[in-house]
Design a protein around this ligand. Structure first.
Ligand code: BGC
Length: 440
């Protein structure tokens, strides 16, 4: 892989870092925000979830924007929005302003979650595309872990403004960095700027035969002429949308964010009583999430997307089943419930990290033909955030109403559904040029 391509993907992946940091940081900050502003429980919950509403809004518009003004300016705009959100949140004099700041941050996350994987998949050569989009997921996990650690480090003095404000640094680097990054060659061809597109392909491949092959394939892909929602009239594009939206929703409803957002609470249910103990356990989970994403980076272009998905989903099922059994029959593991919960959650997150985590983002950036890519990616990502919102809103209610064991059995069952869906519907996209990928 050329260092140039790695640099371009890494700058774009900062969008993922901010996604992870800004979704993770609130879990620790909320304790002190609630104290400073005297928030009742409902307002606390809203302070946490408003970011997801911003994500939904941002994701809805990002694709259209990326198709109108380009991938690069849209990602730079995301950097600017993140920057504004960090400043407003950190300086917020009242709870109302803080809610506004967190909503702005959400819009930034929504933008970058559509455009960063889209942009990376379009600049990446086919043989390393999986690794480079997985790098974006790796950045998400580094952001989440970074947020846990920052929260931990600043919690002594309760400095929530710094916790939220530190996002300013990667935001500024993303904004500045995108200024120097190229536009995606696919977008350039699409908008008739063939000369610049060719130059860009040359810089990506450094080999004229390979870039000519890619150019021929892109130009052929552009033969389909339709704009806006009309693209979904074609049966193949509609099927891609069904697959994209389903994968995005399945990534959420198999429960990942109950662990990422509510981990310490689950540990407390399993008997790890102290706040420090449960925050420490959560940091271990965050570390496993990061490290295991590297497995995807190394394997996804070699063994393919589907084998990794199968292996990950089986592991997630086993972990969730173990968690469910431990809550159903605590007497079986009397005294070591905390350890079993921690081990199960590490296994669960570790398996998600090399499968459903990166590969869903990868697949939804791959399966749409170029004319439908911005919109298709936007709609799939929107569905991902809506799924995220519902799961995180109703997790505690489900635990209350259904009970602990049935809740985890439900997620385990959804892993099986996901596995069957992948087997039946998802194409293997390893090593294919984007335009050669077909669903159905
Ligand atoms: C998901 C997020 C999740 C994160 C955890 C991402 O792929 O979209 O919802 O919080 O992985 O690492």
């Amino acid at each position: 892989m050329k260092p140039y391509v790695l640099l371009v993907a890494s700058v774009a992946a900062l969008g993922g870092l901010l996604f992870g940091y800004d979704t993770g940081v609130i879990s620790g900050a909320i304790l002190f925000i609630s104290k400073d502003f005297g928030l009742a429980t409902r307002l606390q919950e809203f302070t946490i979830s408003i970011v997801l509403l911003g994500c939904i809004g941002g994701a809805a518009f990002a694709g259209t924007l990326a198709d109108r003004i380009g991938r690069r300016p849209t990602l730079a705009t995301a950097g600017l929005v993140f920057l504004a959100g960090a400043i407003v949140s950190a300086l917020a004099p009242t709870e109302g302003v803080l809610l506004g700041g967190r909503f702005i941050v959400g819009i930034g996350i929504g933008f970058s979650s559509v455009v960063a994987p889209l942009y990376i998949s379009e600049v990446a050569p086919a043989n390393v595309r999986g690794a480079l989009v997985s790098l974006y997921q790796f950045a998400i996990t580094v952001g989440i872990l970074g947020a846990y650690l920052v929260d931990y480090a600043l919690s002594g003095a309760g400095q929530w403004r710094w916790m939220l404000g530190l996002a300013l640094i990667p935001s500024a680097i993303l904004l500045g960095g995108m200024y120097f990054m190229p536009e995606s060659p696919r977008y350039l061809f699409k908008t008739g700027l063939a000369g610049r597109a060719r130059e860009e392909l040359g810089r990506i491949y450094g080999d004229s035969a390979a870039s000519a092959r890619e150019e021929a394939s892109i130009v052929e892909g552009l033969q389909v002429k339709s704009a806006g929602f009309e693209v979904f009239k074609a049966p193949e594009v509609r099927l891609a949308l069904v697959i994209g939206v389903s994968l995005a929703v399945l990534q959420q409803i198999t429960g990942i964010n109950t662990v990422i957002y509510y981990g310490p609470r689950i540990f407390q249910m399993a008997g790890i009583g102290s706040a420090t103990g449960s925050i420490f356990a959560q940091s271990l989970v965050g570390g496993v999430n990061c490290v295991m994403t590297l497995v995807a980076i190394f394997l996804v272009d070699r063994v393919g997307r589907k084998p990794l998905l199968y292996a990950g989903l089986v592991g997630m099922f086993v972990a969730l089943a173990a968690l469910a059994i431990s809550f159903a029959y605590p007497q079986l593991i009397a005294g070591s419930h905390g350890v079993v919960a921690l081990a199960s959650m590490m296994l669960y997150v570790g398996c998600f990290a090399f499968s459903l985590g990166p590969i869903v983002w990868l697949l939804i950036s791959e399966i749409f033909p170029l004319p439908a890519r911005g919109l298709g990616m936007s709609l799939s990502t929107l569905a991902n955030w809506v799924g995220n919102f519902f799961v995180s809103q109703f997790f505690l209610t489900m635990i209350d109403k259904l009970g602990r064991a049935p809740t985890f059995w439900l997620y385990a069952g959804l892993c099986v559904v996901t596995l069957l869906f992948v087997r039946a519907m998802v194409p293997e996209t390893k090593q294919e040029l984007l335009e050669q990928i077909h669903v159905g």
